[in-house]
Design a protein around this ligand. Structure first.
Ligand code: SAH
Length: 344
């Protein structure tokens, strides 16, 4: 098996040369893959021998739609894709006035164990390849018949726990012969893997880093997010400051508001203490209720937001798209898993 979909155009040139083919074939192949072809037969400008070689190496395995839900409220589409090995992942397409945005998964499942999150309930199964990351954008674009201009790595999984493949995906999706999506149109969300954040800072990319904070104090954050137990909030904020110093890019903090857990005036004040004087943006997310969890959405979102703004910190409340289709990630895959469990 050769994973052609995870190769850069330069690597495809080397591969084509090994097959006795000229370099321009690599560009043609990369362009076909970027269009979401489902078999080598569609690659009509490639010689038969090369197509046969691709088939011998495992062929082109497309993502196939396992389930698809379309929101009646705002046109948001949620895909449950089946991968070549039978695993399923989710991708959400959101339509905004400024363009179409896709939220993609980085792993099958997740190892991080956050208390409020549906994606982590069954643990992590495996990392996605760069080709599978890219195919989520390509096949969503193809199925919905539109152009995607923005990408958020905010679906199932922890992108910095799959660093190498995510980094490779960024190169592929940015490539002018492929989708050609600019780094400023890409956001990457992390629960705060400090080594990965430092590594990403060194790369100096112009993407937006989102940090899933969810609490400004160690007691609350460690109870909600096991990753915090070995790191702590102070070390996380220090990593954020290093990231900003290296890249000059404003960090976005995600904060899912949970009733009686992280929504008190004391916590708003503490958060303001931490962020005052830094270039930051706080995104308050009304908690999406997950069936398996006792946690409830907060009723103090506006007061929390006002308190932050009084201290000069930009805070917005995330608009909920696709609320009629469980558009928050992890929930559809979880449902499909549960109905399979019930059948067996
Ligand atoms: N692992 C990465 C990206 C995936 S989660 C991360 O932690 O950032 C994407 C975002 O959705 C994160 O901010 C996550 O904390 C948040 N999230 C997960 N479950 C949620 C829920 N039930 N309600 C609201 N936000 C949730």
């Amino acid at each position: 098996m050769t994973d052609l979909k995870s190769m850069t155009p330069e690597e495809l040139v080397s591969w084509c040369r090994l097959q006795g083919q000229p370099a321009f074939r690599a560009k043609q192949l990369f362009q076909w893959l970027s269009r979401g072809v489902t078999s080598t037969e569609e690659m009509t400008n490639l010689p038969k021998a090369l197509r046969a070689k691709i088939d011998q190496e495992g062929g082109i395995s497309p993502l196939t739609v396992e389930r698809k839900q379309v929101s009646k409220l705002d046109g948001t589409i949620k895909y449950l894709w089946r991968l070549a090995d039978g695993n399923c992942i989710e991708t959400v397409l959101m339509r905004y006035h400024h363009g179409n945005s896709v939220c993609i998964s980085s792993q099958v499942g997740c190892a991080m164990g956050c208390a409020f999150c549906a994606s982590t309930i069954g643990g992590k199964v495996r990392n996605l390849t760069a080709g599978e990351l890219l195919d989520q954008v390509i096949f969503t674009q193809k199925d919905a018949d539109l152009t995607i201009s923005n990408i958020v790595l905010m679906g199932i999984g922890e992108p910095l726990d799959n660093y190498d493949n995510v980094r490779r995906f960024l190169t592929l999706v940015h490539h002018p012969d492929g989708l050609n999506i600019g780094m400023r149109h890409i956001s990457l969300s992390t629960c705060g893997l400090i080594k990965g954040m430092d590594r990403l800072a060194e790369e100096g990319l112009q993407l937006t880093l989102s940090v899933s904070l969810h609490a400004p104090d160690d007691a609350t954050r460690s109870a909600l997010m096991p990753i915090n137990r070995g790191i702590g909030v102070e070390a996380l904020f220090a990593a954020c400051r290093r990231y900003f110093a290296k890249t000059g890019r404003r960090i976005s903090y995600e904060y899912a508001m949970i009733e009686g857990v992280n929504d008190t005036p004391q916590q708003a004040a503490l958060l303001a203490d931490q962020l005052e004087g830094t270039v930051a943006h706080v995104n308050l997310i009304p908690l999406n209720h997950v069936q398996e969890s006792p946690l409830r959405p907060s009723t103090h979102v506006s007061a929390f937001q006002r308190q932050l703004e009084k201290r000069g910190i930009t805070a917005t409340v995330r608009r909920r798209l696709g609320s009629d289709i469980d558009a928050s990630c992890g929930q559809l895959r979880r449902k499909a898993q549960k109905s399979r469990e019930e059948r067996t």
